[in-house]
Design a protein around this ligand. Structure first.
Ligand SMILES: Cc1cc2nc3c(=O)[nH]c(=O)nc-3n(C[C@H](O)[C@H](O)[C@H](O)COP(=O)(O)OP(=O)(O)OC[C@H]3O[C@@H](n4cnc5c(N)ncnc54)[C@H](O)[C@@H]3O)c2cc1C
Length: 382
């Protein structure tokens, strides 16, 4: 029986391990942390009993039937629709910007067609070929909505002016001309009844999977396994010898009180003068539960330094150059494939992570059955 290693007990490592053991192999899963589920980890807060999303709010949403069915083997999904509010200039608005937001912001009662015509008038049509995030936003929605809802929030989230970010971040018109405030368009959306960690524990619950928590894995151990799937940071694998790929990290400031703190799960703060980007009140992610006490976390975004948890890859021109060099090194490294959000330095939603993990483990089995070489990347980082 061949023996593989999956580094990281997040969705990437767990789904790969499960697929391989079901094909008759043995897998050891390593994680440097004390728990499984990676950044999707959830645990009950001992004081309030609330299920807390330890590394920030996670809402499951997908159009992928296979991923949806896969997860439903391991959990019961409870109905949950992500509806976000934002405070701008001391007033509360509905997000994503929709007809309610527009009518409240401009103090009007416009119909969809009237609002569309109105926003078209606001748009700065002098900008013919938007190059930056700011130009793109001004071109789409005009100065007033841009300054109220995008400028400060984007500055806080990315730690730089929207004039320094590429236009591609804002791909399409970020406005809805109806009252739909469901954040996601996907067919399936929900929250696992017992949290994400319970799902990952069940995926990993197989006699041929051994899980080693609190155990960092290093490059020198690769030779001990028939193949390694590495879902840790690609630059970390090489001990940052070419430098650190840029990430944003988050600091969470805890807020505790009785009852209901803000009346919704996520309240964004659009103004630059407020130092945090949003407050998440975690009891509202489990609306089927009842808790007298509440716990919330205000999120502060900043540059990720050595020792911080990497959250969002920055991926600007400078990082892309360094990434290309790490990709070259990774391709020359025998016996290891780089997977998942950190291994490929991409932002990936959970459903994409799971779909990629299933596909790559299946491709791996096909390749090795035919004695074909295994690539360093099944999903290209660039
Ligand atoms: C703030 C935030 C909010 C998000 N919200 C959503 C959401 O609402 N919906 C959604 O679909 N997705 C969301 N995501 C994305 C989601 O977190 C990812 O899709 C998912 O975590 C990717 O899983 P992964 O296994 O690739 O990586 P991770 O979950 O990061 O797992 C990697 C694991 O590898 C371990 N590791 C790293 N290096 C080593 C090493 N050398 N040795 C041993 N272990 C190591 C780490 O400890 C970690 O546990 C969000 C992401 C962020 C940052």
């Amino acid at each position: 029986m061949t023996h593989f290693a999956a580094i990281g007990a997040g969705f990437s490592g767990a789904v790969i391990a499960r697929t391989l053991v079901e094909a008759g192999h043995r897998v050891t899963v390593f994680d440097a942390r004390t728990h499984v589920a990676g950044n999707c980890h959830t645990e009950r807060d001992p004081e309030s009993g609330v299920m807390v999303h330890k590394y920030g709010p996670h809402i499951f949403h997908t159009d992928n039937e296979r991923v949806w069915e896969y997860l439903n083997q391991y959990t019961e999904f409870m109905p949950y629709t992500n509806r976000v509010k934002t405070i701008s200039g001391g007033k509360v608005y509905s997000l994503p910007i929709n007809l309610l937001t527009i009518n409240q912001f401009f103090g009007e009662a416009m119909s969809p067609a009237e609002a569309r015509a109105f926003i078209e008038k606001q748009a700065d049509l002098n900008i013919e070929d938007p190059q930056t995030f700011e130009e793109q936003a001004l071109r789409f929605v005009g100065k007033d909505l841009y300054e109220a809802f995008f400028k400060g929030y984007t500055q806080k989230q990315w730690g730089c002016s929207p004039t320094q970010l590429p236009a591609s971040i804002l791909k399409r018109l970020p406005v809805r001309f109806n009252y739909d405030d469901n954040y996601f368009f996907h067919k399936y959306q929900g929250m696992p009844r017992e949290g994400y960690t319970a799902i990952v524990e069940k995926i990993l619950d197989h006699p041929n999977i051994s899980v080693r928590l609190s155990t960092p894995f290093s490059r020198s151990q690769v030779k001990d396994y028939d193949h390694v799937f590495y879902s840790g940071p690609v630059d970390g694998y090489f001990n940052y010898e070419l430098g650190r790929l840029g990430y944003r990290t988050l600091d969470f400031k805890e807020i505790r009180t009785d009852g209901d703190y803000q009346g919704c799960a996520v309240m964004n703060y659009a103004d630059e003068s407020v130092p945090y980007t949003r407050i998440a009140e975690h009891k509202h992610f489990s609306p089927w539960e009842e808790h007298d006490k509440t716990v919330c976390f205000a999120e502060y975004s900043r540059t990720c330094e050595s020792g911080d948890i990497p959250y969002y890859p920055v991926r600007l021109a400078q990082e892309q150059t360094m990434l290309r060099d790490y990709i070259k090194k990774a391709r020359a490294e025998p016996g290891v494939s780089f997977v998942g959000r950190l291994g490929t330095y991409r932002y990936l939603d959970m459903d994409v992570t799971i779909a990629e993990a299933m596909h790559l483990a299946e491709s791996f089995l096909e390749l090795t059955a035919k004695n074909n070489p295994v690539p360093a990347f099944f999903n290209e980082p660039i």
